[in-house]
Ligand binder design. Structure first.
Ligand SMILES: CC(C)(COP(=O)(O)OP(=O)(O)OC[C@H]1O[C@@H](n2cnc3c(N)ncnc32)[C@H](O)[C@@H]1OP(=O)(O)O)[C@@H](O)C(=O)NCCC(=O)NCCS
Length: 148
């Protein structure tokens, strides 16, 4: 288990009991992402992705689940990374990505919405590199990033 000694949270594998808390964090985060409001399928996609052994949660004793990550393990592709707005800038995303990196066979990759400036800055701070921009043919305007 990954534990942040100073901040008191830790990271463990996702279990079915965590699904409600993860969906609540996802819903909270989406309120700051108006460009995703019409994406009705995204809750179903998240429900499918939240399955052991391809998901982890960050938990704090008082607050419960404070963040989560899901990965498509064959491609080492991160398809969700969401941190409770009250727990941002505490290293939770860094910790979740580190745990995912340890389980991966190579570099991690993900797609970030072009409008998502906060996440883009976070990945930049973490040393991720842009390897491709969305093409005109793709539905969402996203950037493909790879981990250091
Ligand atoms: C992006 C997100 C996952 C970052 O989570 P977090 O737990 O706050 O990130 P961390 O605390 O681990 O920060 C990692 C680094 O990124 C930086 N960072 C994080 N958010 C940032 C922001 N909005 N602006 C600038 N830098 C940021 C931190 O300062 C830190 O860098 P440092 O170590 O040099 O100080 C979180 O803001 C979030 O859940 N956003 C909404 C959902 C989302 O956009 N997910 C990504 C989808 S691709």
């Amino acid at each position: 288990m990954y534990k942040h000694a100073g901040a008191g949270w830790s990271i463990r594998p996702f279990t079915a009991e965590d699904a409600g808390a993860c969906l609540a964090i996802f819903r909270d985060c989406l309120t700051d992402m108006p460009w995703r409001a019409r994406n009705r399928g995204q809750y179903l996609i998240l429900r499918r992705a939240l399955a052991p052994p391809n998901a982890w949660v960050a938990v704090e004793p008082e607050a419960g689940v404070i963040g989560f990550l899901t990965i498509q393990s064959v491609q080492d592709y991160i398809d969700h990374l969401f941190v409770d707005p009250d727990w941002r800038f505490c290293g939770v995303a860094r910790g979740l990505l580190e745990v995912a990196r340890q389980s991966a066979t190579g570099a991690l990759s993900l797609d970030v919405d072009e409008e998502n400036l906060g996440a883009r800055r976070a990945y930049e701070a973490l040393g991720w590199q842009v390897v491709a921009n969305s093409t005109a043919a793709s539905k969402a305007r996203q950037m493909r990033l790879v981990s250091p």
